[in-house]
Design a binder for this molecule. Structure first.
Ligand SMILES: [Zn+2]
Length: 352
């Protein structure tokens, strides 16, 4: 009997150890996909519109497949480490305050009882094609969180710091006056950001700021550079939607070049260091640049450093560096992406 008890103890201990081993990769796989929508059923904007029929299917898919739909408040709690990341979770964000968000998306969101947020540029309310203040207040009464998207929707990276501050504080004040609530969330117009705009957004009192860089949020995500998956465009179907939900974040420890403004228009090397390289298939780690496609690169599985093997000339004002790595555990493609911008003097005349 005593031997039997000892055996049980050994089995229990082994189970605990195996459980502990499982906890690490399980928690690593937890991520939150922030979904980005603009317009609904607007055929004249095929690249930024979503069909409301497809939106309904997506919302039903989340429910049928056990996704938690989180508020921005809950997302902040996860990123700050106060709330554990749920196993499967999304956040729903709508940019610009287009009227079709109110007429087409709001009834569907209301029926599902999902939290969601809208990012308003404060010159828009009441302009034809946009929600007015009463409609925005109705969303808020339902529980929507409202964030700032500046006042005039400029490219913040083209503005002087003083002008950026004005865009941030003016829109915050207009929203707070009209909605009688503190505004703590921000989305970069066109998804454009750099070091200056990031730090000014933080200093202006915004707790979370969202880019349009594709990817998902994980425990290592920076609160003022949260990636989002755009769920827009004619050619996105349910398969594409599900793929976007299944892209965990890749923790990149060091980036060269860093995000933001480049010192010149050529890059001698792209070098990215990923955390926990042993989790990924070493021959399936790739780097892409928007204007070039895949960049030839070599990967060192010991150090986790991926380095491009050729220098690169940049011609577009904005590029994204996109890194993907296939995980050994579930074969999903973890990804990271970030924005780089040409220096002002390197811009061709037409894009200035
Ligand atoms: Zn916008």
């Amino acid at each position: 009997m005593q031997r039997h008890s000892r055996l049980l103890l050994i089995i229990a201990t082994l189970a605990l150890i195996m459980g502990a081993v499982c906890i690490t990769p399980c928690s690593l796989s937890a991520h939150i996909t922030v979904l980005l929508y603009h317009k609904f059923d607007e055929q004249d904007s095929p690249s930024t519109s979503t069909s409301s029929q497809l939106f309904e299917q997506q919302m039903a898919y989340l429910k049928d497949n056990g996704y938690a739909v989180l508020s921005l408040e809950q997302l902040l709690g996860c990123i700050e480490g106060r709330i554990p990341f749920p196993h499967k979770a999304v956040v729903i964000t709508l940019d610009d305050g287009n009227l079709s968000q109110y007429t087409k998306a709001f009834p569907i969101l209301k029926r599902h009882g999902y939290p969601f947020s809208v990012f308003i540029f404060t010159r828009a309310p009441g302009v034809p094609g946009y929600m007015d203040w009463e409609q925005i207040r109705e969303l808020k009464r339902f529980g929507a969180e409202v964030g700032s998207h500046t006042h005039t929707h400029p490219y913040l990276t083209d503005l002087a710091p003083r002008e950026i501050e004005q865009e941030l504080s003016r829109s915050k004040k207009i929203l707070e006056d009209n909605l009688e609530t503190e505004i703590r969330w921000f989305a970069y117009p066109f998804g454009y950001y750099d070091e200056t705009s990031r730090s000014l957004v933080r200093q202006s009192g915004y707790r979370l700021a969202f880019t349009s860089d594709p990817g998902s949020a994980g425990a290592h995500t920076t609160p003022h550079v949260i990636p989002r998956q755009a769920i827009v465009g004619d050619n996105l179907d349910m398969t594409g939607f599900i793929e976007k939900l299944n892209r965990p974040p890749l923790n990149v420890l060091r980036r060269s070049p860093q995000s933001g403004r480049l010192p010149g228009s050529s890059i001698s090397e792209i070098s990215l260091t990923i955390a926990r390289p042993e989790l990924y298939l070493p021959d399936q780690i790739q780097v892409f640049l928007s204007e070039k496609g895949q960049i030839p690169a070599s990967f060192d599985p010991t150090t986790g450093i991926l380095s491009s093997t050729e220098s690169i000339m940049i011609t577009r004002k904005m590029n994204r560096v996109i890194l993907t790595a296939r995980r050994k555990s579930d074969r999903s493609f973890a990804m990271d992406s970030y924005m780089i911008l040409l220096p002002e003097e390197g811009l061709p005349e037409s894009t200035k």
